[in-house]
Design a protein around this ligand. Structure first.
Ligand code: DX5
Ligand code: ZN
Length: 215
């Protein structure tokens, strides 16, 4: 089953509640919330207070993607704000296994993200602890970028790694997912598709989500 997680990075920041609702009505399974701190990535987006405000507008599963330094200092705030899943970058974590366990102790599902150049082996020894693996298919920081082609092969390898683990770990891809590229992600085994610029530009987001799911 393919899940769709629209990225609110491409929403209208003056009308995030209405945009979240629009995606919910169109059939989204989750809402992808990109948190950027201006240090780990160049831009700054929004923080946990915005997530708490959005929590009042929709019952959708909140897929929070932290692109921040020192995520250990902020996970409690995001959990309290209503995150259902918190994904941290392996590259930003000093003690990844500890961090993942701390996220779960806060009552959230735990995800780990890998940048395009980061080897898959980085997560080998936390596979027992995570609920989701996020393969970045662009370098994080901006919406609307072009897919980095070799990340398709990486996604396929991640799929095999997860299968071999025997664990039920979601495999999410983020960056450059649209009508032209989606078949490659599905064939590689991704089962959570993040899509920002494509879904928010779509005239009929419901039809666009169906297309992404391959229905
Ligand atoms: C990029 C973000 C993505 C971004 C994807 O750093 O993590 O979630 O919104 O945008 P699109 O779908 O436009 O590539
Ligand atoms: Zn993201």
């Amino acid at each position: 089953m393919i899940k769709i997680s629209p990225s609110m990075l491409s929403s209208n920041f003056c009308a995030m509640g209405a945009d979240a609702k629009k995606m919910e009505i169109a059939g989204a399974d989750m809402l992808h919330l990109d948190i950027m701190d201006g240090t780990y990535v160049p831009k700054i987006t929004f923080g946990s207070d915005i997530i708490a405000a959005l929590r009042k507008e929709t019952g959708l599963f909140f897929d929070v993607h932290l692109m921040i330094q020192h995520p250990e200092n902020h996970i409690a705030d995001f959990a309290k704000a209503g995150a259902d899943l918190i994904t941290v970058h392996a590259e930003a974590a000093g003690h990844l296994q500890r961090l993942v366990c701390a996220i779960k102790e806060l009552g959230c599902k735990a995800g780990v993200a890998l940048n395009p150049a980061t080897p898959l082996d980085t997560v080998k020894w936390v596979l027992d602890d995570i609920d989701l693996l996020l393969i970045m298919t662009v370098n994080p920081g901006y919406g609307g970028q072009k897919l980095i082609p070799q990340t398709i092969r990486k996604t396929a390898e991640a799929y095999e790694m997860i299968k071999a683990s025997g664990r039920d770990i979601m495999l999410e891809v983020d960056g450059g997912v649209n009508d032209k590229t989606v078949h490659m992600f599905r064939e590689a085994g991704a089962n959570v598709l993040v899509s920002g610029s494509y879904l928010f530009a779509a005239e009929d987001p419901k039809a666009a989500m169906k297309l992404l799911r391959g229905e």
